[in-house]
Ligand binder design. Structure first.
Ligand code: ACM
Length: 539
């Protein structure tokens, strides 16, 4: 009897679900204002109609614009697996009036800036315009999030029609630098894993991937003039695993994949501390001329390059030159943190010379907040992670700041005391703590104008796999995206947590291993549509 009842109930729920998903009046909601886009757009106006995407869709782009052509190909590729549609992309010299239309022919619009976009959805057309292809790419991510979660499916869903609510979104980023850092030194992650990480960044409109390429436990990039760095220094990792490193071709592949997703790679070679892997690979980098043993533990602060030796600066020069040649972005990160075994004056001298070397290869310097002790200037960026005084000193010398407060923005810090992965030295960072901070309110004396943006680092002492990366990253990552993109006055945890909860099915369709924080009202899409329909009935 009970089995009968359960089966009937199951049948009823299934029929309701199929009905809800297939009936055009109910799915989708036609109210663009009911979106759950992360990061939250600057302005949304709903016009309560529906655009239908089907197999006859065409993606148009401005003729002669190679970047938009790429964006069009990216969008067609994004839609291909789950829709099964082979969507044509076509150059056009004027607004075609229908289809999906990507254009940089927007009126010059000071609000949008380079990263902003306008998305106008009518019953006939989806038009994404921006002064710059970056903005068009962000508009594409917004369209992606307006479609149901199974747009992320790797398999053909056999759904014949996909719907978008009509209206207008005008949207632009609060900060120009919106990044995440992946430590590939403590544990090494191959090219495919890094690409997956880039996919996640792109979905939330990040534009920077900072790769922490060297540390005590491993050197992770081939340097032709110092081959033992990767060969020996990259041969292990925390816990004694086999480690690994990127060949130059691997690194180029990452940089190109990132660029295709409108993301700039910032390479970091951490120095003069955090250098045991290099010190183990070349004895001449040590003051005593003796190579160190490889290190597979997790202590910090015990290693230093010998700052008195000229050969050390030849090493730095070769490394910066070879990596800069492969890096189209403007930045080179010199680390500089926790050099506890370097005498203060030696540290300052070293950082000053490293800065000159980086500049000589046409790159600008970023370093952790300790580099503010050296002669930083308005060309340099100090990445605040620990000491407010350092960041403030950097600003007083003219440098600008990236905000990565370890108390909020470190994705390797445990969510709560039961989290198995991660560390606790910076406290615990639940999803609300990760979201509830304002870059401008962190350090007295540092103003908005001093801050280029925010970055969320993922250190990997305890992180060994893509599953681990995902678990610590999701669901904090979308929150960091919103801090970087959305103006503080438009951000509220109570509103954000609802939008985050509605990402549940997207995470699950993408096969993302995420932390189901009890603070977030996780919600299936079917329930969302039913709720929104009820809301519609009441109105
Ligand atoms: C750092 O967390 N040592 C920058």
């Amino acid at each position: 009897m009970n089995i009968m009842k359960t089966s009937l109930k199951f049948l009823f729920v299934s029929v309701l679900a199929v009905y809800t998903m297939s009936c055009e009046e109910q799915y989708p909601p036609t109210n663009l204002a009911n979106n759950h886009i992360i990061p939250k757009p600057a302005s949304v106006v709903a016009t309560h109609g529906t655009f239908v995407l089907d197999k006859d869709a065409v993606i148009f782009y401005d003729s002669g614009n190679e970047d938009l052509k790429k964006n069009a190909g990216y969008l067609a590729g994004l839609l291909r697996p789950s829709t099964g549609f082979v969507i044509e992309t076509k150059a056009t010299s004027q607004n075609p009036g229908d289809g999906i239309y990507l254009t940089t022919g927007a009126d010059k619009d000071s609000l949008l800036g380079e990263g902003g976009y306008e998305l106008v959805i009518s019953e006939k057309q989806v038009k994404i315009s921006s002064p710059h292809p970056d903005g068009v790419f962000y508009g594409i991510q917004t369209v992606r999030q307006l479609l149901p979660a199974d747009i992320e499916s790797k398999d053909d869903t056999t759904r014949e029609k996909w719907f978008l609510p009509t209206g207008r979104i005008r949207d632009w980023p609060e900060y120009q630098h919106r990044g995440a850092m992946l430590d590939v030194s403590r544990h090494f992650f191959g090219v495919e894993t890094v690409k997956r990480f880039i996919d996640y960044l792109a979905l939330y409109k990040f534009n920077v991937l900072h790769l922490h390429l060297s540390d005590d436990q491993g050197w992770r990039i081939e340097i032709e003039s110092w081959p033992n760095l990767a060969r020996h220094g990259g041969s292990t990792e925390v816990g004694g695993g086999e480690g690994g490193y990127y060949t130059k071709d691997d690194y180029k592949e990452i940089v190109e994949y990132a660029a295709d997703h409108h993301i700039t790679v910032i390479p970091e070679i951490d120095m003069p501390g955090h250098t045991n892997a290099a010190l183990a690979s070349y004895p001449e980098l040590n003051c005593d001329g003796k190579a160190r043993e490889l290190y597979t533990g997790t202590k910090v602060g015990f290693s230093t390059l010998c700052t008195d030796k000229e050969i050390v600066y030849e090493f730095v020069d070769d490394v910066v030159r070879e990596i800069s040649e492969l890096t189209p972005g403007p930045w080179f990160h010199i680390g500089g943190d926790e050099s506890h075994s370097t005498d203060h004056d030696d540290y300052v001298r070293f950082v000053n010379r490293a800065r000159e070397i980086v500049n000589s290869y046409g790159k600008k310097v970023i370093g952790w907040d300790e580099i503010a002790h050296a002669d930083v200037n308005s060309e340099d960026v100090v990445q605040f992670w620990a000491r407010e005084n350092n960041a403030l000193q950097g600003v007083k010398k003219g440098a600008r700041v990236i905000m990565s407060p370890s108390s909020h923005a470190y994705m390797d810090i445990k969510y709560d005391s039961t989290t198995v992965l991660g560390l606790t030295w910076a406290g615990l960072t639940e999803v609300d703590d990760a979201y509830n901070w304002d870059p401008v309110a962190l350090v007295d004396g540092i103003e908005k104008i001093d801050i280029i943006g925010v970055e969320a680092p993922l250190w990997t002492e305890t992180i060994e796999s893509l599953d681990d990366i995902e678990y610590m990253t999701f669901p904090r990552l979308p929150g960091y995206a919103e801090i970087g993109w959305t103006a503080t006055e438009n951000r509220f945890w109570e509103d954000y947590k609802v939008r985050l909860g509605k990402q549940k099915e997207r995470f699950e369709t993408m096969d993302v291993n995420y932390y189901k924080s009890p603070l977030v009202p996780w919600q299936d899409e079917e329930d969302i549509f039913i709720d929104e329909q009820k809301e519609g009935e009441v109105k």
